[in-house]
Design a protein around this ligand. Structure first.
Ligand code: CAA
Length: 260
């Protein structure tokens, strides 16, 4: 597929997806969502890619939301289809076997905030702004915001943000646990790649199983979650990485993981 609205770069096991629709502050229209869906599938199946970083083009916006010009005249059924497409693409990020890091470089509003919420780790530049301004447009978040924001920042804060449509800065986003780090804009990708490389130095099958187990914790009761964890823990003992990791520890040397 030829991409018009995203750029994809692969380097040293890290794939960077840059959402690039500068005229609309990288807003997500149907075409961009379809491109994202396609590239995620490609990267999922690319054994050379271990970690994915998602960012926005330019210094102003990560993603300023779903595309308002496209949504303006949607019928009820078209709106449902649009929400389902966004939800499907973001769920794909959540279910990917590989870690996905959001490097939020500016406005992350509406669908942009929801895109970041679907990623495993979120870091942001000092100028980043987060918000779910949908009620100000007479709609509600439609790409997972009502489901993921309360799980991440708690129900009360999520309701405040969604009901008021308030925008918060990166420091406030850090304070409420929406992101895990704030850095200067010119250091943002460097920081994201640093995190990616640290993850890549570990047993990647274990990282992938940890992702699945943590995701489960948000979906099932505690006993089912514990059972899931015990099974995933046990699965690790069928990997080369477990043998290497533990042998290296006992031999007092650095492990050489192969991701299998
Ligand atoms: N959709 C379409 N176009 C958008 C857009 C969006 N979400 N956000 C910005 N743009 C366009 C603007 O229309 C403008 O285009 P023109 O130059 O052709 O007029 C261009 O990007 C630059 O934007 P501004 O002139 O508005 O830039 P600014 O610096 O004055 O303001 C901003 C920046 C505060 C981010 C402002 O653009 C803004 O409020 N954008 C909309 C944010 C928003 O409401 N997002 C939620 C969308 S709904 C949603 O996402 C639903 C969902 O959950 C699925």
């Amino acid at each position: 597929m030829e991409y018009k609205n995203i750029d994809v770069k692969k380097e040293e096991g890290i794939a960077t997806i840059t959402i690039s629709r500068p005229k609309a502050l990288n807003a997500l229209n149907t075409e961009t969502l379809e491109e994202l869906e396609n590239v995620l599938e490609v990267l999922q199946n690319d054994d050379g890619v271990k970690v994915i970083v998602i960012t926005g083009a330019g210094e102003k916006a990560f993603v300023a939301g779903a595309d308002i010009s496209e949504m303006k005249d949607m019928s009820v059924f078209e709106a449902k289809k649009f929400a389902e497409l966004g939800q499907k693409v973001f769920r794909k990020i959540e279910l990917m076997k590989k870690p996905v890091i959001a490097a939020v470089n500016g406005y992350a509003l509406g669908g942009g905030c929801e895109l970041a919420l679907a990623c495993d780790i979120r870091i942001a530049s000092r100028n980043a702004k987060f918000g779910q301004p949908e009620v100000g447009l007479g709609i509600i978040p439609g790409f997972g915001g009502t489901q993921r924001l309360p799980r991440i920042v708690g129900v009360s804060k999520a309701k405040e943000l969604i009901y008021t449509g308030d925008m918060i800065d990166a420091e406030e986003a850090l304070r409420i646990g929406l992101i895990s780090k704030v850095v200067e804009q010119d250091k943002l990708l460097e920081e994201a790649y640093g995190i990616a490389k640290k993850i890549m130095s570990k047993g990647l099958v274990a990282v992938s199983l940890a992702k699945e187990a943590i995701n489960k914790s948000l979906e099932v009761d505690i006993d089912s979650g514990m059972e899931y964890e015990a099974n995933a823990f046990a699965l690790c003992f069928g990997t080369q990485d477990q043998k290497e990791g533990m042998a290296a520890f006992l031999e007092k040397r650095a492990p050489k993981f192969e991701g299998r």
